[in-house]
Design a protein around this ligand. Sequence first.
Ligand code: PHE
Length: 344
Amino acid sequence: MRERLEALKAEALEELAQVTNQQQLNEMRIKYLGKKGPITEVLRGMGALSAEERPVIGQVANDVRAAIEAVIESKQAEYEKAETEMRLRAETIDVTLPGRPAAAGAAHPISKVIQQIEDIFIGMGYTVAEGPEVEQDYYNFEALNLPKNHPARDMQDSFYITDEILMRTHTSPVQVRTMEKKRGQVPVKIICPGRVYRRDDDDATHSHMFTQIEGLVIDRNIRMSDLKGTLLQFVQELFGKQTQIRMRPSFFPFTEPSAEVDVTCAMCGGKGCRVCKQTGWLEILGSGMVHPRVLEMAGYDPEEYSGFAFGLGVERIAMLKYDIEDIRHFYTNDLRFLKQFAHL
Ligand code: PHE
């Protein structure tokens, strides 16, 4: 029996020396140390031995088993180490590679210009008011002194949803809604930014959807000089200290008198250039003293209160400020265009 065990040991060690991978090693482990392996078989036959022989052979069997086990374990450790090394090598991070820049988004240039304009007016004590883009005919037209069939409604071709509901054509309805909410209290001092919709054919300077900011001030003794001073302050903060304004008589049904406001061209400083079509001036907004009928309809006594209002197109301001030649750039969302304004 001793010889058999020694032979087994020699055979196993020789076979183990041929082993080259984990799978073969597993097979060896089962073959020599498993329950159906030759050592177990020898041990099972020990019942036939004499009492003196039994511990001696048992010892030999254990030694053989331990020797085989030792070789298997050392091979196992070798394979595990190699495997760990391989994994570490595969997972190496090259810390010298340049980083990938995170693609951060940025606010749309129109949003940024709205913010700039809001900041200027907030600095003058205004608050920001908003209203619905789908509006009632009453707020969009009637309460602004534009009764049904008034010819001036043609100034703003509209998208109607029903006879009484339309996409607002300007942000002036927010004036009316704000005055209604204030129930005759003063001062009213708001600006209203938002999208407006008109039936226009889109081209480089027209869009059926664009952005307006409306301003409204109501109090006692509000005069045209307050309007002029406010607008001058505004344009100088927006376009620079050197900017001047001029007011030209105009017509809006909701203001009387009304004025269109021009600024000196920021591109040429008023000398005349391509942008201002050689005039030195650029029209940027409509304005006027709130019409007594509008005050009255919203619950303000025109004998006691007066106010001014103005409305401007944000796209036009942005185009002038950043020399953008086509309004459609704002809506086509070409990243090459938008990225130029990410830093504003
Ligand atoms: N709501 C006018 C427009 O869209 C602009 C405006 C506002 C004019 C306030 C005067 C006063 O054309």
